[in-house]
Design a protein around this ligand. Structure first.
Ligand SMILES: [Zn+2]
Length: 825
């Protein structure tokens, strides 16, 4: 069925100078052989494609080291105590706790939260969390109706989402994951889960085609439901489930054709949907569609480090630089998609990509104590305050503030990031083997070979160190294949089995060791990490510095400033205390040699993702670029072309892993000399402005930002609007630092006819301030109200400290301005 590329070779040990006993076979493979299924763990049942890798039941893997620490911090942090913080988890009136499915709250949030909370509790064997989880699980189990529906019935009737009279299948998709994990946790003993799911799936078969998976979220995220249908099929073999899977795939948004939606969470969750359906279709183009979508997202919006892309709510044309951010939900959903695609395809690249997000992006979305989170995280981010960053970031509001009380979806959903990560460290394989998929200190206990239970203890500080040690404990010798993932970035891993070493060529593959394993056998894997640079041509030739799976950011001093929250659960701003506007000075011929690796002590509290506790750092040379400044929104200024000119002195700077840096520059300009270097321009000086009203997602700074519109409906640039004021008289006003002599002005109106509620105004006029009195300018020409151009007006010169533009909006419409220029002398 599958042809394996034997990437390397079957190693001949005599050539390698090794004296392994004759029955040890080591080879490099691109995935485990699926000729023989796994006898002990539930993989795909025929006719689905055989599973190369199979998730072990929760409890089989005990994470240790820093991964365990993340889970402990999460349990003690906002997520482990969210029932005390979130109004959406209030038990009274919660539709997820009501047998009738009635209540005034409880949509996606309780299920989102339970997914991460319960798994975290199961892994840590935390009695408090297991007990609390059980309340919600029992309620979900008790909520099933005669016809098969379960969960909030208000959702089914549509009150929660406007899907009046049609099923909102979305929140139930999440709860199905919670139920599956609970079932695995009971060792498959609580059959009520199978009964509920079977009855619910039968109900879904009866939902008429025109009402099935309707609504924005259900349609985009149908892949999650599809996964659950296969999960159940693999356990029951009920044939109708394959029919239901076809129905679900058919009604889910067509991710197999393209990236058909640009909402960051939908993308992260949905891009691989066709890869899930591939298990049934066996059409390689379906698996390929997941890769094609991933590449397209990277190509258009992911020309940045950190494993994610710029989707600060939605991806937006023109907003593709490293200061664009990603939602924390996007990160954990992307990780889960990667984990799922890894088990379906066996392909190592999905594990590499999962680590990229987990190490370089996710930790920076939380404070290091996991007691607060923010909504958005960007590769370049120099201030996390509560102030509005829209439209530089799409959403208005305090999106960068670390606040355990806010960021609704992320606050509940992101708890599954670390638990699911921990549950994928080890996977069962076809052929009754085991695979080390994601490396971390841990212990796995599983049945292998002839059914013997073995334990493998893994010790490592990976990704902060290259050495990984494993020890096998078994009651009796047992033959089974052990697969060790070799990441794509590692060109020359070194393998030692019981003190006998061997070099392997096989990046982006697995080392398969098939032998009779004995108690006490030791394996050492050395994944050599080399410094390398990535150049982002589409982002002004900026560069990122990688070493192994970690990407490095400039270390910026972080000052935490309390900004709201409660004393128990405070919210924090983080302000920079050191300069950040550096370009790297690189050794032209050998850029990678421009960095020196410095190792620090492992942090006592086992939490390495802190700026001041980074276990590994890089030293580099850099020069400041004075024209690179914070913009008027408080965002890091946009990058300009590299190499950049700088006449500043060369300084020594420290780079730390991106995941340790909550303030960070991860896409660096480079410093050049000579004629090829670019002189960066100072950003335009914004004229201080006020308005009678400005919509929260817009800004009065747009008036004078000197960004010229392509048309009155140019949605790609910042604007000022009076939205949602309609038909009113409104104004905007410049307040000059010094009195100015002005004799002309020009305004470019915003008008989004066809999509929005802004139109050019009926009329306008200019007033200037004389003393404390506003006077209309005299002898003015015509005040134009034409679209798609500047409307200029000349008038008798005035000397003034403030100029005001008054408009009368059209009835039933609002209005706005893209640019307002004045000729000052
Ligand atoms: Zn979110």
């Amino acid at each position: 069925m599958f042809k394996y590329l034997l990437v390397c070779m079957i190693l001949i040990f005599s050539l390698a100078g090794l004296a392994f006993s004759g029955d040890t076979n080591i080879r490099v493979v691109d995935k485990p052989d699926t000729e023989v299924a796994n006898d002990f763990y539930v993989g795909n049942r025929a006719p689905l494609t055989p599973s190369p890798l199979i998730k072990l039941p929760v409890g089989a893997i005990e994470p240790a080291g820093w991964v365990r620490r993340q889970l402990e911090l999460q349990a003690d942090g906002f997520h482990g105590h969210l029932t005390e913080i979130s109004q959406f988890l209030k038990k009274e009136g919660n539709a997820w706790l009501s047998p009738a499915g009635e209540g005034d709250h409880g949509w996606e949030e309780p299920a989102y939260w339970l997914k991460g909370f319960s798994n975290c509790g199961y892994i840590l064997s935390d009695e408090r969390m297991i007990k609390e989880s059980k309340i919600w699980i029992e309620a979900a189990l008790a909520s099933q109706k005669e016809d098969g529906w379960f969960g909030p019935d208000k959702g089914r009737k549509g009150a929660a989402t406007g899907l009046q009279g049609r099923e909102d299948l979305w929140p139930n998709m999440i709860m199905l994951f919670c139920l599956q994990d609970y079932y695995d946790f009971t060792g498959g003993k609580d059959k009520r889960v199978i009964e509920l799911m079977t009855k619910y799936m039968k109900y879904l078969m009866t939902v008429p085609e025109d009402r099935f998976l309707v609504g924005y979220w259900p349609k985009m995220r149908g892949g999650d439901l599809l996964y659950s249908v296969y999960w159940l099929y693999n356990r029951t073999g009920d044939k109708f489930l394959l029919e239901l899977a076809e129905k679900v795939h058919h009604h889910t948004a067509e991710w197999e054709k393209d990236v058909i939606n640009w909402h960051n969470v939908n993308m992260s969750q949905g891009f691989g949907e066709a890869g899930t359906f591939y298990m049934q279709s066996k059409n390689p183009s379906h698996l390929q569609a997941a890769e094609r979508n991933w590449q397209k997202i990277r190509d258009m919006y992911g020309q940045v480090p950190g494993g994610m892309f710029g989707g600060d709510e939605n991806c937006r044309p023109g907003y593709t630089g490293p200061r664009q951010a990603i939602e924390t939900c996007g990160m954990v959903e992307m990780m889960l998609s990667h984990e799922t695609l890894l088990t379906i395809s066996g392909d190592v690249k999905w594990a590499d990509r999962c680590e990229d997000v987990a190490f370089n992006s996710l930790p920076a979305a939380f404070t290091a104590d996991l007691k607060a989170l923010h909504y958005l995280t960007a590769p370049n981010m120099i201030l996390c305050d509560r102030n509005n960053k829209s439209p530089g970031l799409q959403n208005g509001g305090p999106m960068l503030l670390f606040d355990p009380h806010d960021h609704r979806c992320c606050q509940h959903n992101t708890g599954h990031g670390w638990p699911y990560y921990a549950e994928h460290l080890w996977l069962a394989t076809a052929g009754n083997g085991l695979a080390a998929a994601l490396y971390a200190s841990s212990k796995v206990t599983a049945k292998v070979g002839d059914g013997t239970e073995v334990t493998i203890s893994e010790e490592t500080l990976y990704p902060f160190d290259e050495k990984i040690s494993m020890t096998i404990t078994t009651g009796k010798p047992v033959r089974f294949p052990l697969y060790l993932r070799v990441p794509g970035w590692c060109k020359n891993p070194e393998l030692t089995i019981n003190k006998k070493s061997l070099k392997v060529n096989g990046s982006g593959s697995y080392i398969e060791i098939n032998r009779q394993w004995s108690d006490g056998d030791k394996i050492q894997l050395n994944l050599a990490m080399k410094i390398s640079l990535r150049t982002w041509k589409k982002n002004q030739n900026s560069v990122s510095v990688d070493r192994g799976p970690l990407t490095y950011s400039l270390k910026i001093g972080e000052k935490y400033v309390r900004e709201g929250g409660t004393d128990d659960w405070p919210a924090w701003e983080i302000h920079p205390t050191t300069p950040w506007n550096y370009g790297l000075v690189l050794n032209e011929n050998k850029p990678a040699s421009s960095f020196r690796v410095v190792r620090n002590d492992w942090p006592d509290d086992n939490q390495p993702f802190k700026a001041d506790a980074a276990p590994i750092e890089l030293r580099a040379k850099a020069k400041r670029i004075p024209a690179w400044q914070k913009d008027h929104l408080g965002l890091v200024g946009k990058l300009q072309l590299s190499p950049a000119k700088s006449s500043e002195p060369t300084e020594n700077v420290t780079l730390i892993p991106m995941g340790c840096a909550r303030l960070r520059i991860s896409s660096f300009p480079t410093i050049g000399s000579g004629p090829e270097a670019y002189q960066w321009k100072q950003p335009p000086k914004i004229i201080p402005a006020t308005a009678s009203h400005c919509w929260e997602a817009d800004t009065v700074a747009a008036l004078s930002d000197k960004v010229l519109p392509r048309s009155s409906n140019d949605q790609s640039i910042q604007r000022m609007t009076w939205w949602p004021h309609k038909g009113t008289a409104e104004w905007v006003q410049y307040d000059f630092e010094k009195p100015q002599k002005i004799s002309s002005a020009a305004v470019y109106w915003f008008d989004d006819m066809g999509g929005g509620g802004c139109r050019i105004p009926i009329s306008w006029r200019l007033l200037y301030k004389e003393g404390n009195i506003w006077k209309e300018v005299s002898n003015a020409g015509s005040y134009g109200v034409e679209k798609d151009k500047f409307n200029s007006v000349r008038f008798n010169p005035v000397q003034t400290s403030a100029l005001r533009l008054e408009v009368q909006l059209q009835q039933d419409f609002s209005g706005g301005i893209l640019e307002w220029s004045v000729d000052t002398e």
